[in-house]
Write a protein that binds this ligand. Structure first.
Ligand code: UDP
Length: 195
């Protein structure tokens, strides 16, 4: 796939519609799929954190431009990223898909009251979703331990709202173990979704 490198981070040059088609195909084929929706802050963090950079460039399967600043930076490099593809938009699209397809979803992150509200909203508005896990993002467990208990639930989708780079570091453990799921860090999305 064609990529564009911005400050050391390799972005995909796909539209929202193209991403969605790719993800639908990969879900049908049960392929492990880690997605990073990279905003300018993530790019700056990756610049100074080699481990994080490696996860984004070599472990993640897709890197979207989550911010108009990234789209503009590509233009300045004479490259074309067709549009911004925001984490929250992808997250809500995946949740609707999971509802329709009755998929197993694991949600981890945000404060206890927030994840409780998210859980209530899922039960109410997305009754087809099999919520195999809903835990807050402040457990003291190691990322390995957390990844292990997520894996045990055999999820089809895992959304992690732990802030970056923590969420990607945890998801990368699952991706490296070839867990056949959509794996995506969603930053502050649970706070928005619960409101
Ligand atoms: N968060 C979490 N555990 C942590 C740190 C953050 O669950 O150890 C949650 C936080 O409650 C919020 C989300 O991660 O829901 C995003 O946090 P923040 O805005 O700090 O990160 P960013 O948006 O910069 O990724």
């Amino acid at each position: 796939r064609a990529k564009v490198n911005i400050l050391g981070v390799s972005f995909d040059k796909l539209t929202m519609q193209q991403y969605q088609q790719e993800f639908l195909d990969r879900i049908d084929r049960r392929e492990p799929t880690m997605i990073v929706t990279a905003n300018p802050e993530i790019v700056m963090t990756a610049k100074d954190d080699a481990d994080y950079r490696k996860i984004i460039n070599d472990v993640a399967d897709y890197v979207t431009a989550d911010g108009i600043g990234v789209v503009k930076a590509a233009k300045m490099l004479d490259e074309e990223i067709p549009e911004r593809v925001a984490g929250y938009d992808l997250f809500t699209w995946f949740m609707k898909l999971a509802d329709q397809k009755r998929l197993r979803v694991y949600l981890i992150g945000a404060k206890p009251a927030v994840i409780q509200a998210v859980q209530a909203k899922v039960k109410q508005n997305y009754p087809g979703i099999k919520l195999v896990g809903a835990e807050d993002g402040y457990s003291k467990d190691s990322l390995d331990l957390i990844a292990g208990r997520i894996k045990q639930t055999k999820p089809d989708m895992v959304f992690a709202a732990l802030g970056f780079p923590k969420q990607e570091k945890m998801l990368a453990i699952l991706r490296r173990e070839q867990v056949p799921a959509i794996l995506m860090g969603v930053g502050g999305s649970f706070d928005v979704f619960s409101g």
